[in-house]
Design a protein around this ligand. Sequence first.
Ligand SMILES: O=S(=O)([O-])[S-]
Length: 300
Amino acid sequence: MSTIMREALMPIPVLYSPDDVRRLAAEGKALLIDVRDKKDFDAGHIAGAVNMPDIFTYLAETTQDGLATLQRTFASLFAEYGLDGKKTAIVYEDALHTRYGASCRGYWILRYLGYPSVGILDGGLSAWRRAGGTFTTETTTPVRTEFPLGINGDLMATYEDVMAALRSGGVKLLDNRDRVEWLGDSSSPYGVDFAPRKGRIPGAVWIEWYDFMKVTDNHASFRDAAEIRALAASRNLHPDDDIIIYCFKGARAANTYVALTAAGFTRLRIYMGSWNEWSRNSALPIEDGLPKAAAPYSGR
Ligand SMILES: O=S(=O)([O-])[S-]
């Protein structure tokens, strides 16, 4: 994709090309947010960027307290880093397919918190480098500001929403984790036994998150809208469907959220607690063993 994603179905820009980012930054209209680990950030980043690895590492819970903590934590971090509602927040990672969708998680969290203008560096630093973008080791000291909080609750699914979806049947569940997690051979990307149970949420269909992208010469970009719709349709997911996406902790889900939104899906939520939360609550049902290919949940 060459520049800002301009699908007619997606009027608000989400993906910003390196040129777009360079221009916005030069005009003082962007705050760049680097979601990589500190050591990677320290080794070289885009001038003016701030480092927020917590965007990727934070483990969310979707209880009332968990959501309140998530909102408080990130509103405070973003205030600390100078997000005042006027600047466009541009989130970036190494490449769209190498950090489990971390930049998309940043995008989604900012939208959930109601930030008015937020985008993702399309292709991450891989695209930036290819476009001749420069790097610096100099750090910027952000000026704390007031973060304009206004929760966009329609984007979030809680574990209770997922349970309600299992019972009512009207909502579709999309699991986009890596194959080993879907098959129940591993509980997480952090290790086979990082979480207490392996398997999947009953009735979910699976599309591995990588499949929404194409990779050429190590450079990942989202497939075009028609390909994404066709891929989704192969699992009976259609643009008007009410869909909850989950992964292990919401980053890959956010990457797929961006892909599906670009393809015209309008009723998407992310279950931000995802498998990390679900698998730790033994009262919540799982399907283990080999997938039954989205058999309906039988414990209504
Ligand atoms: O992508 S992830 O949040 O499951 S690590």
